[in-house]
Write a protein that binds this ligand. Sequence first.
Ligand SMILES: [Zn+2]
Length: 311
Amino acid sequence: MAPYEKGLVEVGDRCWAYLQPDGGWGWSNAGLISAGDNSLLVDTLFDLRLTGEMLEQMKSITGTAPIGTVVNTHANGDHCYGNQLVSDAEIISSVACAEEMPRTPPAMLAGLMAAAPEMGPLGEYLQRCFGAFRFEGIELTLPTRTFEGRLNVDIGDRTIELIEVGPAHTEGDVIAHVPDARTVFTGDILFIEGTPLMWAGPLSNWVKACDLILDLDVDTIVPGHGPVTDKAGVRRVKEYLEFIGREATARHEAGMSAAEAARDISLGEFGRWLDAERVAVNVDSIYRELDRPEETTDVVTLFSMMASLAV
Ligand SMILES: [Zn+2]
């Protein structure tokens, strides 16, 4: 398995992961696949400085095989806010991802972070999560090509299979499978050694996405956050999701509120994963599914729930 150190690491035949330990809030991974005189980038990073640093490191490969294609695995900023630095490339995402992206523009995060010092415990939590990133001056750069279901992208002599598995973590999650390298880049369908975060759901779809990855003929699995993993890592994420599903549903039946349930669930060994307070969002999503599937909970409320669990 590739070492979990910051930077570019080769994980398979002409496949690299760009890793950002510790994989907590905003510290996402990206991927690079090259063939002939062309490369495909899987995701950009949360701000321009970090994305610029990554692209600089990739020059040893992209100098002769420039990035002609970018895939955004989903709409969260830590996977697409750096798009403006690769805006000459074709940028591909699912239709649902492209629709979701403008709902959380960088300026919104910049405003929230500017206000954070006056926001009490919620502000302190936001600064702890996002204080290391710079959202000012980022121009949201949207995908230029979208698809639903599956899309095969040919670069050089190889085919990369894009598979839409959302809605799960977000509305339009996509994974990028490189069959000839037995490698898959999963975006935030996998958090490894960090707590999965279900903004969208339904839970059953996320479990199905894990099963789809388990059925792929792959050895190397690059998650959206955390170290490079294998199928054992996928099974752990699936176990977490099924555990939270059972625990939240039982408390819903017992008449507890979502906030009470999130506080009441004893995470056991899952509590050792980073950002365990995300259980609040996961329980809220499961409750929404049970009670009011058409509604969403606003993001500030969700961060307030996590802030109160994180203290
Ligand atoms: Zn992420």
